[in-house]
Design a protein around this ligand. Structure first.
Ligand SMILES: C[S@@+](CC[C@H](N)C(=O)[O-])C[C@H]1O[C@@H](n2cnc3c(N)ncnc32)[C@H](O)[C@@H]1O
Ligand code: SF4
Length: 153
């Protein structure tokens, strides 16, 4: 049987160690569902309701533990919290996830750790707490700077 190495021949890249990984963490809740959005995102049900933060964080950590067998020993060069609207989650929840990530996988010292945030869902103290938890980059979606267009959207 022809081995992959003999097919690739001298074209195959020579890696001294496995390259670092990027971890994507999906948080699928939003205040409202935008009609144009095709992503896996869901409105929090009912006025004053909250996303099931604790259960979801526990499930995410279990999922990472389960995936460890495939990525054991690999370094992480970035983490991206996407959504949905991850900035709806508390800084404590983000801290719990990042602590588990650091415990289970080597997170590079200068790793980029991003949180997707909707304008209006973060306040100064929460923002400072996200920073303390290890977030060092925000991704802010801007659909329009025009108030009428925003209303229409
Ligand atoms: C899925 S949202 C998540 C972050 C945040 N909830 C927000 O709305 O900015 C990320 C980006 O995807 C864009 N987006 C949503 N639905 C889209 C679609 N159907 N096609 C292209 N981009 C879309 C949003 O406008 C936003 O800039
Ligand atoms: S806030 Fe973002 S993720 Fe949520 S429904 Fe709107 S576009 Fe989609």
């Amino acid at each position: 049987m022809t081995s992959p190495a003999s097919i690739l021949g001298s074209q195959s890249p020579k890696l001294k160690s496995l390259p670092p990984l990027s971890l994507y963490v999906h948080i699928p809740w939003c205040l409202k569902k935008c009609p144009y959005c095709d992503f896996n995102s869901h409105a929090i049900r009912g006025e004053g309701s909250q996303a099931p933060e604790e259960e979801y964080v526990a499930a995410l950590i279990r999922d990472l533990e389960f995936a460890l067998q495939d990525v054991w020993g690999r370094r992480l060069s970035s983490v991206f919290f996407g959504g949905g609207t991850p900035s709806l989650f508390s800084a404590k929840a983000i801290d719990t996830i990042l602590t588990a990530v650091r415990t289970l996988l080597p997170l590079e010292h200068f790793a980029e750790v991003t949180l997707e945030a909707n304008p209006g869902t973060f306040e100064t103290q929460k923002f400072a707490d996200f920073r303390a938890a290890g977030i060092n980059r925000l991704s802010i979606g801007i659909q329009s700077f025009n108030a009428q267009h925003l209303k229409a959207l």
